[in-house]
Design a protein around this ligand. Structure first.
Ligand SMILES: [Zn+2]
Length: 274
């Protein structure tokens, strides 16, 4: 599922393409991802100008000139494509927004949504989410406070969108590795110095991954060489059996199924309970 770096990459790349452009029409092939009918969607969007593109956690927001917002959340498999003329995404799109300069395709959707919302409705949806990891108001102290009621494993809490918004399976593991903390450590056992390392690693990993294009498989445009660039540079996620790039130890999987995590047993030693 796209996480903060993937959506931040989209935000940057789409800002230069969408901001100021006028919507000329829409095509909705699957209405179930909308909160309004295809007809209402088309009527509300046509002739509107996109003011700017914003990101909150792993949500993408398009601000329209009539105060309405388009709030999109992409789940696993879904991706965006921006094309001009005959350029099309690699698979069928479920929603297409045509503008004067090009078209935005939402493809690969099985879950997730593209909702047309008022300012108030947008605020209500976003109020359900934890703070954005890169929000400058999120200090180390506030970050630690977010986890005070949690008793489970670190990874589950990092990936809980109501605790902190924008981190999922990939970056929870990458952040834990960068902080030299086990993703399966129980929250109450995390020491003060480890919280500090996690807080710093969260910023470094997410910003670095976003700058390198995140981990999406599909390019945003035909000539896009940036998107997805982080995937080959990830350190532990889905690298079980490979050598750790820091120490050479074999990357291991800990936990099972939905709770599995990738760790380097040497760089992320298990903490001995005292
Ligand atoms: Zn290692």
């Amino acid at each position: 599922m796209p996480e903060l770096p993937e959506i931040e990459n989209y935000r940057v790349l789409l800002t230069e393409r969408l901001a100021g452009d006028r919507i000329t029409g829409t095509q909705v092939l699957q209405e179930k991802f909308l909160n309004v009918s295809a007809e209402q969607f088309d009527e509300a969007l046509t002739n509107r100008t996109i003011w700017f593109v914003e990101r909150r956690g792993n949500h993408l927001l398009l601000h329209l000139d009539n105060g309405k917002r388009l709030l999109a959340q992409l789940h696993a498999g879904a991706y965006l494509f921006y094309g001009q003329g005959e350029e099309r995404p690699q698979s069928e799109a479920q929603i297409v927004i045509h503008m004067e300069k090009g078209s935005l395709y939402v493809a690969g959707m099985r879950q997730g949504f593209v909702h047309l919302l008022s300012v108030k409705e947008t605020q209500q949806v976003l109020a359900e989410l934890g703070p954005d990891p890169l929000d400058k108001r999120l200090t180390l102290e506030k970050f630690v406070q977010l986890f005070r009621k949690k008793r489970g494993a670190l990874k589950a809490a990092l990936a809980d969108q109501q605790v902190i918004s924008g981190i999922g399976s990939v970056y929870a593991d990458e952040i834990a590795f960068a902080a030299a903390v086990r993703p399966d450590i129980k929250i109450p056992l995390i020491q003060e110095d480890a919280w500090q390392r996690l807080f710093e690693a969260m910023h470094v990993v997410l910003k670095d991954a976003a700058a390198k294009g995140g981990s999406m498989e599909q390019p945003l445009t035909m000539d896009d060489k940036l998107t997805g660039g982080y995937y080959i540079q990830r350190r532990v996620y889905e690298r079980a059996g490979e050598a750790c790039s820091t120490c050479g130890s074999q990357i291991e999987v800990v936990g099972t199924a939905a709770r599995k995590a990738f760790v380097c047993p040497s760089c992320q030693p298990e903490q001995v309970e005292s």
